[in-house]
Ligand binder design. Structure first.
Ligand code: SF4
Length: 148
């Protein structure tokens, strides 16, 4: 009930870095949250609680160390929910994903992300531009609102 009322007014975004070089987080996500790009103008607010989240934004390759935790967090996000994969690491392992085995996998990563959890929007780049990340998040919002 409270969740439905909240979603009418704002969308809560939870950012999870699962590996990689942190370039996506430092160069792109931080910029998205800054006053310059101002994600809040789209009523998107940051949360660190999966039970409050509507959209998960995932950056980095999916290391075997974080895979199980990521699935647990995904399950805790209430429906309807959307996942935005940010950066080439999340999409296909990036620079870490072709060391051995299939695309997006290696001895220490288990990607790509879409093999682990459903992905609704993909934002390519290394690191992606902040405006592309905002566009990806905004693209995921209709799914949240339509399924409400
Ligand atoms: S996509 Fe590029 S910038 Fe982002 S975590 Fe991977 S290597 Fe770093």
């Amino acid at each position: 009930m409270l969740k439905k009322i909240s979603r009418k007014n704002c969308i809560h975004v939870m950012v999870i870095g699962t590996g990689g070089c942190n370039g996506c987080d430092i160069e792109a996500i931080n910029a998205v949250l800054s006053p310059y790009y101002d994600a809040e103008q789209y009523q998107c607010f940051l949360t660190f609680n999966p039970r409050e989240a509507d959209i998960l934004v995932i950056t980095g390759c999916i290391t075997k160390f974080v895979k199980d935790s990521l699935v647990k967090i995904y399950k805790k996000v209430p429906e309807p929910k959307a996942v935005v994969a940010v950066g080439s690491c999340a999409l296909m392992g990036g620079v870490y994903g072709n060391i051995g085995g299939d695309l997006g996998t290696s001895d220490f990563i288990d990607g790509p992300l879409e093999k682990i959890i459903p992905v609704d929007v993909k934002v390519p780049g290394c690191a992606p531009r902040p405006e592309d990340i905002i566009a990806g998040i905004v693209k995921a919002i209709p799914k949240i609102l339509e399924e409400k």
